[in-house]
Design a binder for this molecule. Structure first.
Ligand SMILES: *Cc1c(COP(=O)(O)O)cnc(C)c1O
Length: 361
């Protein structure tokens, strides 16, 4: 050893860059860059946090029994097969840490979520990028990339930043045909935005090689408090619990998430508003000559003529105090990802893109 060196893979990590949250010189920006719920958290979650404040000197629960129980009740799942993490990112990390290492391959798709690659490198495994078909995950391409070194296949369904998703029959075909040592991870960060979609929960229950992850950061509006969860075969959940720190979630986070998951009326309201405003936004953009794929999530991937036009539009919108997300690092340099905001924000961003397309710079 020549000196102090990090584990192999660590220096391959390209730092995660989050959505912008401020513009110099602009005081009240419209933030449509991080897929946050424009309506914020439910009142019940806010009240629960306020009530929990006098317990800050107490260590939190280590088994998260109350939160797991609430999730199990609301989603109709087995509480013993749920694991909670600091955002779903931490659950994804547990999976990578427990199941992949040097010499192993971790599959993600062409425009898949950035964390998959980061997590693979962090454990010294090799990330393998698989082509999509017109911004949609392709099961045949994934199966063709599998081999005896494949340990994990990460898919977000719906996917971020494309907003597209694939059907349950395709996911089932993928799970059925994976090599025996591989786990399929279905990242359901946006599952609640899709009416009638269970995020793959039934498939998890029926198989021993599928894990589903979910989050409180998106429809529940609790991104700042960091809670996510996973649902999987008992054997895998038992493994993941061994690498989980005993006090990974604070009292405040547990309390907020439990109240939020029980407030199903609020979730329903947010889902309905998102569907309505997403349809409106996509159509308004199309009228301005900016197409997008039919999105199933809480954002729209707006496509421009070329990377220069997308960059110029981003700069123009920033000047108007509107923050959206460039997705060049997702191999989509000519597109901009726009979170579905409240009605006023949707109208404002569509209006400004219209002005931009009409020649404003
Ligand atoms: C936002 C997002 C997550 C959630 O991250 P958290 O750690 O739960 O905040 C996971 N996967 C995808 C695809 C996302 O877009």
């Amino acid at each position: 050893m020549a000196g102090i060196e990090p584990q192999s893979g660590i220096m391959e990590i390209a730092l995660y860059v989050g959505g912008k949250s401020s513009v110099d010189g602009v005081s009240n920006v419209i933030k449509l860059s991080s897929n946050e719920n424009p309506f914020g958290p439910s009142q019940a979650a806010q009240d629960a946090v306020r009530r929990s404040m006098h317990e800050m000197h107490r260590y939190p629960s280590t088994d998260h029994a109350a939160l797991r129980g609430a999730i199990a009740e609301v989603y109709g799942l087995d509480a013993a097969r749920i694991i909670c993490g600091v955002g779903s990112d931490e659950v994804l990390q547990f999976i990578a840490q427990a199941y992949a290492g040097p010499g192993d391959e971790v599959i993600h798709t062409e425009h898949g979520f950035a964390m998959y690659r980061i997590l693979a490198h962090a454990v010294g495994a090799t990330p393998v990028e698989v082509p999509e078909r017109e911004r949609v995950v392709c099961v045949d391409n994934i199966l063709a990339a599998c081999n005896e070194r494949t340990r994990i296949v990460f898919i977000a369904n719906p996917n971020n930043p494309t907003g597209t998703m694939i059907g349950m029959a395709e996911i089932e075909r993928l799970a059925e045909n994976l090599p025996p040592q591989a786990i399929l991870v279905l990242d359901g960060a946006y599952a609640e935005f899709v009416e009638g979609y269970d995020g793959g929960a039934r498939l998890v229950a029926a198989r021993d090689n599928v894990v589903m992850t979910r989050t409180f950061s998106k429809i529940y509006g609790l991104g700042g408090i960091r809670v996510g969860w996973g649902y999987g075969p008992q054997a895998i959940i038992d493994v993941l619990n061994r690498v989980r720190q005993p006090f990974n979630l604070s009292n405040i986070a547990l309390t907020a998430a439990e109240a939020a998951v029980r407030d199903t009326a609020y979730v329903e309201k947010c889902r309905a508003e998102n569907s309505r405003l997403r349809a409106w936004l996509a159509e308004a953009l199309a009228e301005h000559g900016v197409p997008s794929d039919a999105s199933t999530a809480n954002f729209v991937l707006a496509r421009f003529g070329d990377p220069d036009e997308a960059a110029a539009c981003d700069t123009y919108l920033q000047g108007q105090g509107i923050l959206i997300r460039r997705v060049t690092s997702y191999k989509l340099p000519a597109a901009l990802r726009i979170t579905v905001g409240d009605e006023a924000s949707c109208r404002r961003v569509a209006h400004c893109i219209g002005l931009f397309k009409a020649g404003a710079r």
